[in-house]
Design a protein around this ligand. Sequence first.
Ligand code: ACO
Length: 359
Amino acid sequence: MYYAKITGWGKCLPPAVLSNADLSTFMDTSDEWITSRTGIRERRICHCNFSDMAIVAARRALAAANVAPEELDLILLGSLTMDSLCPNTASLVQNAIGARNAASIDINSACTGFLYGLHIGTNLIKTGAHRKVLVIGGEFISHYMNWARRDVAVLFGDACGAVVLEASTERTGLLAARIGCDMDTSSAIQITNFGSAYSRLSDDFLYLGWNFEGQEVFKRAIKGMAFACEDVLMQTGLRMDDIHIMVPHQANRRILDALAKRLDIPEEKIMVNVHKYGNTSAGTIPVALTEALEENRIRPGDYVLMASFGAGLTWGAGLVQWGDRTVALQVSDADLPPCQQSALEILAPHIQRYKAHAL
Ligand code: ACO
């Protein structure tokens, strides 16, 4: 049997920063409210396409693994903010990086997209069906944001991350996973007025609405992630004390604190960067994982616990045993096109549009 070793990792953060103070220039909110309720201080706003971020993250992960694009046989891309409905965005990444021998699949399970992809990619390697898989997770959620909704707009940001999985006989990579979906709360996070369930004849077809039940999501997130974490520990025969670092979905600092308390895991073992980027949905785990490696918080052989939740409400956890290398083999010079605008300048036309709609 093969394991799926994580041999490369990379992230892409767009440079334009939107602070809490910036948000309070066009909506009735404050740094105090956002920081105390969520822990978020700022987030990034993308100035190009989602696939541009995915391509940069992919190139950086491939360089870290020293894997040529032609060696890949599968690309899995977790996101809910794809460039287009057709073709899929994984194929755009495939074309841009030159992964001519890969199959390309988009996965939409919202914030759990990366974890679902890691689970699927790992198991396809374990069966012998694939040998080198690129798993990408990320979001261009500012594109779908309703800038008239202060309860939603302050929470999210744009980013993308990626890992390379390679077949290995070493006991390494994702050792156990548990994924699921609370089917009775599918409307708790919902983007409305977009998709084939909505009339194309409606006057406000382009006005994106959001159903968002923050407190319900809060409770379910903790319950779902705690259950999934306990399940992967049971599957592997490990205890919480054996975990070296937890890399959870970064939605809200208060959710992370409550999860830590419930799982009885010390705060210093939890990777937190939600203050810098907000909730980047499927991007949070691969970006936080890359930063944990850059900050030398993961050592060879460490047990890394991941947990996530998102619209659906999807949830899951994964337990990774890190391999023998925590340093990138090569560094890619791939980057986004230059950004000439501030985050507020990028968003100005969108904010105007939502303001006009509200009048
Ligand atoms: N600024 C100022 N006031 C605000 C803001 C804002 N940005 N947003 C809401 N308020 C107001 C509300 O209108 C309300 O006012 P009222 O009492 O006069 O009616 C008050 O603040 C309290 O609102 P609540 O919704 O009760 O605030 P709560 O403490 O529950 O915090 C939050 C809201 C942060 C959304 C919280 O419920 C939460 O974190 N939920 C988890 C949801 C989450 O993180 N989702 C992201 C996951 S989605 C995904 O991962 C795909």
